[in-house]
Design a protein around this ligand. Structure first.
Ligand code: GDP
Length: 478
């Protein structure tokens, strides 16, 4: 009962209204006051629990030491604007062709792999094809660890700039080792040793000065130093990281890009982090699911398998996952659909809790409270004329005093339609669905118009909620 909660908080010295958000700590205090144990759960925890209920562990290499094989490093290019991140990524992509990999014509899928020879060994490197640290931080914010190494691009003619330092701090916070690409060395005013001196002041000391950071002079235009840069990345990975993954388990990883393509449906580029992804696998990616129908690599070729650190486009999903969404292979299509359904439901609930829907009811109550509005308008929809009548009768008996009035402006049997939603929008009404759901695009329309639709399956729950909300809104009497 919101009114009771408001009162309890009042006694704890917190003045709040029934629709106000309170910090976690206040909730904890309120909980212990009322003898409840409050557990604050993050979306990540919730997802982990969801997967655990299907006996799936995400993000852990399962299997023993002997099942781990070396995997290529995954690299993000960061640095100040105009220092040449995009040009460098383009130039590096072409080393693929130089290395003589099949296909020749590369396709932009959001990430690509190049090969380089280090100590007579063929080594691969995966580049995330989105320059800048925004994508990096966005994925990071969602708990996705996409990057092993950051290449910090600094233009030799411009030197260290604010975003250079910002990118450096982000890489440090993520505990990702940095390789510095001193770019534009072909330019007349280039002063690569100045860049080294500047970054030394920020604690990034070049190897040649006795530090442990590799600096490489490059030109994205003349292609000078590109092979050295690739070698520096491999050497840094070998020295600082133990990049191994189990390649035989069910595949897991992250989605890094996605879009809808006419004729082909949702297309997502995923980066395999563990296991080997195969055509035919049942997969969940964020709230999307499906069976991998085909996979396309960065050379535009169709492939049947993708081992750890390999980016591939996946066809066959039901929807487009977001950048940073995790993906995982599960035992069968049914499990995939169940997990995806649970995730979508949760996303919808979260959006609902945070967004327009609740705000409208809250706003209405707020207006009621302020005396700007004296009535709450309702539209009732139910599964039978008997239940709609019963609901309306029960609602009419709510004693809300003289200050406000409840008015049912429309009622009917059947699902909630777009017409109902439009009417509700026009009159600032709330829609009550009793044992019925929204039909067709009605739910979408309600979201767009900010119409509050509430669903109930028992009459007293509907009555209780409306009564409690109304009373919570009326001026508290102590
Ligand atoms: P970003 O904002 O860091 O992605 O920078 P861009 O890759 O868009 O490059 C900015 C400008 O610098 C463009 O005009 C590039 O052609 C130019 N540029 C990039 N790398 C080099 C280089 O190595 N040498 C020269 N001379 N120009 C470069």
């Amino acid at each position: 009962d919101p009114a009771a909660l408001v009162q309890a908080l009042f006694h704890l010295g917190e003045m709040v209204t029934a629709t106000q958000s309170v910090p976690d700590e206040t909730l904890q205090v309120l909980g212990s006051e009322l003898n409840y144990e409050i557990e604050v759960v993050s979306p990540e925890d919730e997802d982990r629990e969801l997967l655990e209920s299907f006996d799936i562990e995400f993000g852990e290499d399962t299997g023993g030491e002997e099942e781990l094989v070396a995997r290529p490093p995954v690299v993000t290019v960061m640095g100040h604007v105009d220092h040449g991140k995009t040009k460098l990524l383009d130039a590096l992509r072409k080393t693929n062709v130089v290395a003589g990999e099949a296909g020749g014509i590369t396709q932009k899928i959001g990430a690509y792999q190049v090969s380089t020879e280090v100590d007579d060994q063929e080594r691969k490197i995966t580049f995330i094809d989105t320059p800048g640290h925004e994508a990096f931080t966005a994925m990071r914010a969602r708990g996705a660890k996409s990057t092993d190494i950051a290449v910090l691009v600094v233009a030799a003619d411009d030197g260290v700039m604010p975003q250079t330092i910002e990118a450096l701090n982000i890489a440090r916070a993520a505990e990702v080792p940095v390789v510095v690409a001193v770019n534009k060395i072909d330019k007349p005013g280039a002063d690569p040793s100045k860049v080294r001196g500047q970054l030394t002041e920020y604690g990034l000391v070049p190897e040649e000065y006795g530090g442990d950071t590799m600096f490489v002079n490059v030109s994205a235009i003349t292609r000078d130093g590109l092979d050295d840069l690739l070698e520096a990345i491999v050497l840094t990975a070998d020295a600082a990281l133990d990049l191994r993954a189990n390649d035989s388990m069910d595949s897991q990883g992250i989605s890094i890009e996605g879009h809808l393509e006419t004729g082909r449906g949702p297309i997502a580029t995923v980066l395999v982090q563990r296991g080997t992804l195969r055509v035919g696998d049942s997969i969940v990616a964020g709230p999307a699911h499906g069976r991998v129908r085909a996979m396309i690599n960065d050379a535009g070729e169709s492939v049947k398998e993708a081992p750890p650190s390999m980016p591939v486009q996946v066809l066959g999903l039901t929807a487009v996952p977001g950048a940073g969404d995790s993906f995982l292979v599960v035992s069968d299509d049914r499990t995939a659909r169940q997990i995806a359904d649970r995730r979508s439901a949760r996303l919808r609930a979260a959006a609902q809790a945070a967004g327009a829907r609740r705000k409208t009811l809250d706003q209405l109550f707020e207006q009621l409270e302020k005396g700007e509005k004296q009535e709450l308008k309702l539209i009732l929809k139910g599964d039978g004329s008997g239940s709609v009548e019963a609901l309306e009768e029960a609602l009419s008996k709510i004693d809300v005093g003289d200050e406000v009035a409840l008015q049912v402006i429309d009622r009917g049997v059947g699902g909630i339609t777009e017409t109902n939603v439009n009417l509700a929008a026009a009159f600032d009404a709330v829609i009550i669905g009793f044992n019925v759901r929204a039909q067709g695009k009605a739910s979408e329309l309600a979201d767009r118009l900010g119409v509050d639709v509430r669903y109930y399956s028992v009459i007293y729950a509907a009555i209780d909620e409306i009564e409690a909300a109304l009373k919570g809104m009326l001026k508290p009497v102590y």
